[in-house]
Design a protein around this ligand. Structure first.
Ligand code: ATP
Length: 258
């Protein structure tokens, strides 16, 4: 069997902030369709890696390619257009906008009609608007948000806000979805539901997913492979079973508890 192509290739990426080495020579590879976990104790460098992958920061050293194209140091909107979308550890919705508007705005950013056709409400624009309306409704249904469609995003429960963030990320039609602690603040039932949802959207939207998560039952339950960071360095990589029994990983987490 031919193994799927590498979608994301991070080669010896490093990032420093003044004297702090947030990441040192980190290399990871995601093949198309994989669902990969990124774990590690607090301050390990997980979010910094996401920030390099999405153009929030430039790598100090190293190479990052998405679908064979270099993205290291590109602007966030350029990387988004190349097919990477993310959610944030601290939810970043437009709280005063409705649930539906939060998704529509993401679709609009990727719509193909020109500003003139939107200004004069030309046919191309109206067709686009109708499609956006339909796709928004589809996403709302998938994420069990239809009944909250017209509510302000800030009034949703925490779990629903997290689902809305993922729905909005999908509106950008990504190939690579980066989820930063999607289960944070969720109760065990919501976490279980989220686990099934992540599996399902991977199939349905042909996604490759990189998942930062502190909830080990979620990570171990859904991921094909897991990368482990500690103090900015990659200390292990492997299947959930191997990671669970990896000495260096256990010690890194015990160190955190001490
Ligand atoms: P957590 O699980 O707590 O979210 P993390 O694994 O995501 O942690 P990062 O947030 O990537 O870790 O932080 C890695 C290191 O880099 C930490 O020492 C952090 O203080 C530092 N760091 C991250 N961003 C910056 C920044 N903008 N300026 C200075 N230091 C930073």
């Amino acid at each position: 069997m031919i193994s799927p192509a590498v979608l994301l290739n991070v080669k010896e990426a490093s990032r420093q902030f003044g004297g702090i080495r947030a990441l040192t020579d980190v290399s990871i590879q995601l093949r198309t369709g994989e669902l990969i976990g990124l774990i590690g104790p607090n301050g390990a460098g997980k979010t910094t890696l996401f920030n390099l992958l999405t153009g929030v920061y430039e790598p100090s050293r190293g190479e990052i390619t998405l679908n064979g194209q270099s993205i290291g140091g590109k602007k966030p909107y350029q990387i988004c257009h190349k097919g990477a979308a993310r959610t944030f550890q601290n939810i970043r919705l437009f709280g005063e906008m409705t649930v539906a508007e939060n998704i529509k705005i993401a679709y609009t950013q990727h719509a193909k009609y020109s500003i003139w056709s939107s200004f004069f409400r030309l046919p191309g624009y109206l067709r686009g608007e109708k499609e956006i309306e339909e796709k928004t409704d589809e996403l709302l249904a998938i994420f069990r948000l239809s009944e909250h469609k017209d509510e302000k995003a800030k009034n949703l429960s925490y779990g629903a806000q997290r689902r809305l963030e993922i729905a909005r990320a999908l509106a950008a039609r990504p190939k690579l979805l980066l989820l930063d602690e999607p289960a944070a603040g969720m109760n065990p039932n919501e976490t279980r539901e989220l686990m099934n949802l992540i599996r399902w959207i991977r199939e349905e939207f042909d996604l490759t997913i990189l998942l930062i998560e502190h909830d080990m039952s979620l990570v171990m339950g859904v991921c094909d492979r897991i990368y482990v960071l500690d103090q900015g360095k990659l200390i292990a990589e492997g299947t959930p079973d191997r990671i669970r029994n990896n000495r260096a990983v256990i010690e890194a987490y015990l160190g955190q508890e001490a």
